[in-house]
Design a protein around this ligand. Structure first.
Ligand code: ZN
Length: 324
């Protein structure tokens, strides 16, 4: 649909970044479709990235199946997919300067160590099953062997809106000093105090695998991504990713988090709670259902996915505008 002009900087590059832990389901198609529509509606490129860094969770062959499912729905990437499993040297090249700048430090703690430290502080409440790291190893390992690498969240001065910045100057120790702010195109103004809510998060795991946050930030920059369109379940990662983008001097993309598809139990549809794979024999129906989640009208009269997408992209373009 969109002719690419090589050698010229694209104004818009979007991406869909599935984990090959299972085939696409109705929920993941919504994110794929939204990112494709937004890229095409703004004359941009659309890329696919296979997020296969968590190798024990990946299912062999699923990457191919996902690409086939996307193709059946008429969603064709503009370049061969990038595989995170092949990009370890790039993640190391990002971690090294963070270590040199004392923005990343080794951590010796096991989960039990973290639970104990939090309990001693009376703070043993997990957040999405994850523990808020209490900063035990910030000032050294005390002779214990390093296991993971963590990002030091408290030294970064995140971006702030002018009003808050003025207020924070008057109260330098205030919580506002730690806040990361961003504008989500659907959810509006967002903020998170990463140091308080998440703590120093992992960049490289104790099992040697790269953490999602670092890989995403490095790859989005490497692929020149200007616009991140993904499911709302990932919105909570945005502040951590902005912190890393700032620490690494990377461009800040725009964000649009799309509505989630809920299963019968009211929870987000996911591979983990048994969402069924998209039916490749009914791509029009799958597109129609995904489109309705995104606010597109039901029953566009189309005979092929390409036909459906052409109508949908025109509707999406009218409904969404990007400020440049
Ligand atoms: Zn530690």
């Amino acid at each position: 649909m969109q002719t690419l002009v090589s050698g010229l900087p694209a104004r818009y590059i979007g991406r869909f970044a599935p984990s090959p832990t299972g085939p696409l389901h109705a929920g993941s198609l919504v994110a794929a479709l939204a990112s494709w529509l937004d890229a095409r509606a703004h004359g941009g490129q659309w890329l696919v990235r296979i997020e296969d860094i968590d190798t024990p969770r990946c299912v062999p062959g699923t990457d191919t199946l996902i690409l086939q499912q996307l193709a059946a729905c008429g969603l064709h990437p503009d370049a061969p997919p990038l595989y995170q499993s092949q990009r370890g040297s790039h993640y190391q090249a990002a971690l090294d300067p963070l270590i040199a700048a004392h923005l990343a430090y080794p951590c010796a703690c096991t989960r039990q160590d973290i639970e104990r430290a939090l309990a001693e502080r009376g703070q043993a409440r997990p957040r999405h099953g994850e523990l808020v790291y209490p900063g035990t190893c910030r000032h050294g390992l005390q002779g214990r062997p390093a296991r993971a690498w963590r990002f030091l969240t408290e030294t970064i001065k995140p971006n702030r809106p002018p009003a808050l910045a003025t207020w924070a100057q008057a109260a330098p120790d205030s919580v506002a000093d730690q806040l990361v702010h961003w504008q989500d195109r659907r959810l509006g103004a967002q903020q998170q105090d990463v140091a308080q809510v998440v703590g120093d998060f992992v960049l490289r795991r104790a099992d040697g695998l790269w953490a999602y946050q670092l890989a995403v930030v490095v790859d989005d920059a490497a692929q020149g991504i200007t616009d991140i369109v993904r499911g709302e379940d990932l919105a909570d990662n945005t502040a951590r990713q902005i912190m890393l983008q700032r620490a690494l001097g990377l461009p800040l993309p725009r964000y649009l988090h799309t509505p989630l598809v809920l299963g019968a139990n009211g929870e987000k549809l996911s591979k983990q709670n048994g969402a069924s794979a998209l039916d490749l024999t009914q791509p029009l129906q799958a597109l129609d259902e995904a489109g309705q989640v995104l606010g597109l009208p039901a029953g566009l009269s189309a005979r092929t996915p390409a036909d459906w997408l052409q109508q949908a992209v025109a509707l999406w373009g009218r409904a969404t505008k990007i400020e440049r």
